[in-house]
Unconditional design. Structure first.
Length: 252
């Protein structure tokens, strides 16, 4: 019931802003903070052996089987060159957030700000992502945020298929270690790459997909929302469904 009240408040906040931003109305976030933190996790988590089985065993990926923590994986990423982008990056952008997060957010690739700081979603799009998460009662510390690519493509171009294929095992290992219950893919490239499908974002969004037993929601990338505010309403609808499904998962 508390979550339903919070969701209504955030919906009101959305309309007050005339669909322009994901800002909650004054006091709405603090009023819902306690309710949003009531997320007792059922144990045990779903096994992730199928995800592990998708990670290549040929060098250099054979080293991933012995890695047991995110810190070890991050160190491996920092010292391993898989594609030319790994040699031109300023810093690898591994991922950040709760190491046992129930919700994992997956983007496409780092931008200039992320390349400089070594952390995903820290520029304008990152600030909007933070507001989107806060609007459904998540903080960045509650979730784990990563990109498919750990290195920035030049001029923020779309990742090439071979680059995605080379870095996907890293993401799969992250998922196997974190063991999320729910995934939010932001952007078409993120969704199609993870799910292994060729579809438009219009066809992907608005419903859940299955990734080895993990529900996956695909919605617009925050950078796309900055370019086209009209996409904020469907994104809001998507993340509301995500929050509702999350509440069902953690209380069942």
């Amino acid at each position: 019931m508390n979550h339903e009240i919070c969701r209504l408040k955030h919906t009101l906040a959305w309309h007050v802003e005339a669909y322009g931003r994901f800002f909650p109305v004054s006091g709405a976030e603090s009023a819902c903070e306690d309710a949003g933190q009531d997320s007792t996790k059922p144990e045990p988590r779903a096994p992730q052996s199928m995800i592990e089985s998708r990670i290549p065993t040929a060098p250099p990926y054979d080293a991933l089987s012995a890695i047991g923590t995110l810190a070890e994986l991050e160190a491996w990423v920092a010292e391993t060159v898989l594609i030319p982008l790994d040699e031109t990056r300023i810093r690898p952008v591994f991922g950040t957030g709760h190491p046992e997060a129930d919700l994992m957010v997956i983007g496409e690739a780092p931008g200039a700000d992320e390349d400089q700081q070594g952390e995903p979603f820290v520029g304008r799009a990152g600030k909007l992502l933070t507001k989107i998460l806060e609007a459904i009662s998540f903080s960045r510390d509650d979730v784990y945020i990563a990109n498919i690519l750990k290195s920035r493509p030049p001029e923020n171009r779309k990742p090439h298929a071979d680059e995605i294929a080379a870095h996907m095992p890293i993401l799969l290992k992250q998922m196997a270690l974190i063991r999320p219950k729910l995934i939010l893919c932001v952007g078409r490239t993120s969704g199609t790459s993870l799910l292994g499908v060729e579809s438009s974002l219009k066809d992907l969004r608005g419903r859940f997909h299955d990734f080895h037993g993990i529900p996956v929601m695909v919605t617009y990338h925050p950078a796309a929302l900055l370019r086209n505010p009209n996409w904020k309403r469907p994104t809001w609808e998507d993340v509301q469904k995500l929050r509702d499904h999350y509440d069902t998962l953690v209380t069942s």
